[in-house]
Design a protein around this ligand. Structure first.
Ligand code: HGY
Ligand code: MN
Ligand code: MN
Length: 426
């Protein structure tokens, strides 16, 4: 007998929880909730309360990840992990990350309320640092859970010069405990994440849900261009070493390289800092970021080499200095075929077909894939708009996604070793 599902009620609950969590921000004017801030603390407390109300045992690890545990088969049984992140970009939408945590809690609440048990456990995880918007440390919380946290992250500093290490201490955590946050791989079956699509495909296909085939690899660069400050009124144009104009030419080179790629490459210059930043001084130093992604790791690496050559050519012509450093690099991560199939079947159980699609956005699954097989469920995103306060998913679609997670969990069998579908090895 299947777990009874009231999709409209699930959607309404999800929408209300999205609004409540979305109201926790550093500003009353927009949603910004960064890692290890008072807003993160409030959001973690709210999510922890929801987990307890859903009957889960709640813990928090050394990097602040809130974990809701359901262990119907005993604390030592292998477990599924379902999660996403509760940090946001600046001036964010309410659904990115939050939705996956909320849907995981609702799915477990629904299954437990139906009195259903399973021969495995489930943890719902609320990661606090997926975006990497406070520190240049993206995916650091899921990296800790996956056992791949890099100690170098602790030395990273935010815009105020506060180190990750000190921010953890101020948040009440002990960095020495981070290794203990890692799951034992032999005890983890798979990681599943539901997430708003953040793109236009599901809306264009007229489908509410999609199943992710792979998460695009990404590289984040910091580029420092150095020139010579000078008086804006007296230095002739031919004698200038204008760091900003060099940086601008390099930014256009980023665009040109991405547009020429045949694997759907995308590249973004999202941040640029100009020194000294006075209206009447020729810029002497510019630091800008490059976020470059592709479904093909090889084309991404070739593009980075091409950009490096272009940047140095531009700098030489303009008698500027340029230093390029990569501070984040993650390869393209495939989603497990068996999990894709099970997610598609769960969606079919609801009378819907699902779209199989790659994810251009990065997700915690990229870190979790180092621990266990991963699967991702996408939810339709209005207009494909994300990282923007206009981001929106309908209650109906969220209700369907929660229902799909319920069906996925109630149908999930511990595949045996060598399962024909390349199943999850336990
Ligand atoms: O940047 C990303 O793709 C994700 O939102 N962190
Ligand atoms: Mn995001
Ligand atoms: Mn996200």
């Amino acid at each position: 007998m299947s777990v009874p599902l009231d999709i409209a009620a699930l959607g309404a609950r999800a929408a209300a929880m999205i609004e409540e969590l979305g109201a926790i921000s550093e500003s009353p004017d927009h949603l910004t909730r960064f890692f290890l801030t008072p807003q993160h603390r409030r959001a973690a407390d709210l999510v922890g309360r929801w987990m307890r109300e859903a009957g889960l045992d709640v813990s928090e690890d050394a990097v602040g990840t809130v974990r809701g545990h359901w262990h119907p088969a005993g604390a030592d049984a292998p477990r599924l992990l379902i999660g996403s992140h509760i940090d946001t970009v600046g001036n964010a939408g309410k659904y990115d990350g939050a939705m996956g945590v909320i849907l995981g809690i609702l799915a477990l609440d629904t299954i437990r309320a139906a009195g259903v048990t399973r021969p495995f456990g489930i943890d719902v995880l609320a990661f606090g640092d997926e975006e990497g918007t406070r520190f240049p440390s993206t995916l650091s919380a899921s990296a800790a859970a996956a056992g791949i946290f890099s100690p170098a992250t602790l030395a990273m500093r935010d815009a105020d010069g506060i180190s990750y290490h000190d921010a953890l201490i101020a948040y009440g955590k002990n960095p020495d405990d981070i290794p203990a946050a890692a799951y034992d791989p032999s005890k983890v079956i798979a990681y599943i994440e539901a997430h708003i699509e953040q793109g236009p495909v599901l809306e264009a296909e007229g489908e509410p849900l999609g199943v992710v085939t792979a998460i695009a690899g990404a590289t984040r660069l910091s580029v420092t261009v150095t020139g010579e400050a000078g008086h804006a009124g007296t230095v002739p144009m031919r004698m200038r070493h204008d760091a900003l104009l060099g940086a601008a030419e390099m930014a256009l080179a980023v665009e040109r390289i991405a547009k020429a790629d045949r694997h759907g490459m995308v590249a973004t210059v999202g941040r640029m800092h100009i020194d000294p930043g006075s209206i009447n001084v020729i810029p002497s130093r510019v630091v800008f970021t490059v976020d470059l992604r592709s479904g093909s790791d090889m084309s991404r690496r070739e593009a980075l080499e091409r950009f490096e050559r272009e940047a140095h050519r531009i700098a030489d012509l303009r008698h500027l200095g340029v230093v390029i450093s990569a501070f984040h690099e993650v390869g393209t991560v495939p989603c497990f075929r068996d999990l894709q199939l099970r997610l598609r079947n769960a969606i079919a159980d609801l009378g819907h077909s699902s779209v199989s699609m790659a994810s251009g956005a990065g997700h915690d699954g990229q870190a979790m894939s180092k621990l266990c097989p991963i699967g991702m469920l996408f939810v339709r995103c209005r207009g494909g708009i994300s990282h923007n306060p206009a981001e929106y998913a309908s209650p109906e679609d969220m209700g369907l996604a929660a229902a799909a997670l319920v069906r996925f969990i109630e149908r999930f069998k511990l595949p045996q070793i060598g399962d024909a579908t390349g199943g999850v090895q336990t």
